[in-house]
Unconditional design. Structure first.
Length: 77
């Protein structure tokens, strides 16, 4: 799985845990809902600035955002 897909899945996971819609997340992170959707679908190369905005919207640090088994494999399947 590529890193864009991993990021998208992580955002979906956190959004689900926080019971947020894409619209809720977009509002909280000051990003467009269609941008959130394309990131979640692994179609966008997201900047670290936007990762930080999304992490802040979830109330987690960037390191907590990446504290997930998907990101601990060093890119190996």
């Amino acid at each position: 799985m590529n890193v864009k897909s991993k990021l998208g899945l992580r955002i979906k996971e956190l959004r689900s845990q926080k019971e947020m819609s894409q619209k809720d997340l977009a509002y909280a992170s000051d990003l467009d809902r269609s941008y959130i959707a394309s990131v979640e679908n692994g179609q966008r190369n997201i900047s670290i600035v936007n990762i930080e905005k999304i992490a802040d919207a979830f109330g987690v640090s960037v390191s907590e955002f990446f504290d997930n088994d998907e990101f601990k494999t060093n890119g190996k399947e």
